[in-house]
Design a protein around this ligand. Structure first.
Ligand code: HAM
Length: 418
């Protein structure tokens, strides 16, 4: 018997309806701000993703890459920012290009709660605008989205990684500091060799005092970087969005410049508590062969958002049960006709199959959680009626002329009667 491979999951109802609802809420929030959906392919030339950064684990260790039948070295996308930038270079839409996306990404990680090998994100990316007000808009949209889900315990942490030169100077100073430090864990020493910034992400106790004493990026901000970041913070205050300055927030991807931010959940374990994150990546379009172009965006993990919703007891799965369930003990053809008529009239309807007994069909009707059962029996049919039975109230069932059934149900449902 086959099962899903590790880190991959089937999303069944009612959770699947919740996913769709979450996507709908996200689309509403961002489309109200002028963002339009882009649907990049799941698979790209490997080179698109190596531009994320040669020192990024999702590129060096976790990529699902392979050589296809045409001898192309391709990879399943580990994220969508690089794909959106590749699409920008390919199509050159007018700027500002405000996009949103949703869909699966693939990273060969060690699976655990909140960490999967196939996971979904919703996100936005904006290309071609350098204004700090845009940084504020982007962050505010993520914030609003979590609010719309009903989450109350999400924290926003922000940082600036400075201009590329500031960042480079900081990385070099940080590297010097960490190399000279006594007692850094072996794992962090290995990280230090490839990417000193990532050492700041270490959750090992042994590293904590060293990280606490390490220099911060703030000492290396150029005037321009500081000014931009001041404006971002002022904008967040103007919008009353609470945030914490976290000068050691580096994020896992290498392409970030200046503003970076993360939405942190209140309930998940610390290794998986990043619900979403983003920042500026002004050099990425250029790295993909385009002109120098400012870029900023975020991606929010769908699974982690829903885990946070479970933990906070908010954003339950929407009710997707049908309105009417047809029970037909006269052969089944009436069920076929009635469900078709109802659906055409905009009333959702389901039915029982295989000419089961009345009892079995009524049981199926109850299980469907429909608001009404329509019961078709030979005796009633002879009189030209069917029986309408409310399933969610104690209201009595009543005969309705077959010819009036659709109109009667439409009216009842509209009146909100059950
Ligand atoms: P990221 O921080 O790698 O950023 O991922 C964003 C979010 O995706 C995470 O905070 C987390 O919720 C979710 N996520 C990542 N990996 C996994 C996983 N293995 N299992 C479950 N959820 C996961 C990016 O992907 C950037 N593209 C964000 C961005 C957009 N920056 C600028 N624009």
């Amino acid at each position: 018997m086959f099962q899903t491979s590790p880190g991959m999951r089937d999303i069944l109802a009612p959770e699947s309806a919740r996913w769709r609802h979450l996507n709908g809420v996200f689309a509403e929030v961002v489309e109200a701000a002028g963002y339009q959906q882009v649907i990049p392919p799941l698979l790209e030339d490997l080179g698109v993703f190596t531009r994320i950064g040669e020192a990024t684990e999702i590129v060096t260790k976790e990529m699902y890459d392979f050589v296809d039948k045409g001898d192309r070295h391709v990879a399943l996308r580990p994220e969508q920012t690089a794909s959106v930038c590749r699409a920008y270079v390919e199509h050159r839409p007018t700027t500002p290009w405000k996009t949103w996306y949703t869909g699966s990404n693939f990273r060969y990680e060690k699976p655990q709660r909140g960490r999967y090998r196939q996971f979904d994100q919703v996100g936005i990316e904006v290309l071609g605008v350098d204004d700090p007000h845009l940084d504020v808009e982007v962050i505010a949209l993520g914030w609003d989205f979590y609010r719309r889900l009903g989450l109350q315990q999400v924290r926003l942490v922000v940082n600036s990684l400075g201009e590329p030169e500031d960042r480079a100077q900081y990385v070099s100073a940080l590297g010097d500091f960490l190399r000279a430090a006594d007692g850094l864990s072996e794992q962090s020493r290995a990280t230090l060799a490839t990417n000193p910034l990532r050492v700041l992400d270490s959750k090992r106790e042994q590293d904590a005092p060293i990280i606490a004493a390490a220099p911060t990026i703030a000492d290396f901000w150029s005037d321009a970087a500081r000014e931009h970041f001041d404006a971002v913070q002022a904008g967040l205050r103007l919008l009353d969005i609470p945030f914490e300055l976290e000068l050691k927030l580096v994020r896992g991807l290498d392409y970030y410049r200046r503003t970076t931010f993360e939405f942190v959940g209140g309930t998940l374990d610390s290794a998986q508590n990043a619900l979403g994150g983003g920042g500026r990546y002004d050099g990425l379009v250029e790295a993909l062969g385009g002109p120098p172009t400012a870029g900023i965006g975020f991606a929010l993990g769908v699974e982690r958002a829903l885990i946070a919703c479970d933990d906070e007891g908010v954003f339950e799965a929407p009710d997707t049960s049908v309105e009417v369930f047809v029970v037909d003990t006269a052969g089944g053809e009436h069920a076929l006709a009635i469900t078709t008529e109802l659906r055409a009239a905009g009333v959702s309807a389901d039915r029982a199959y295989e000419q089961r007994s009345m009892k079995a069909q009524i049981k199926a009707a109850d299980r469907s959680r429909a608001r009404y059962a329509v019961i078709v029996g030979t005796n009633e049919l002879d009189e030209g009626v069917v029986v309408l039975r409310p399933l969610r109230t104690r209201e009595a069932q009543q005969p309705v002329p077959r010819a009036d059934l659709v109109a009667t149900l439409q009216q009842r449902l509209q009146e909100g009667q059950t």
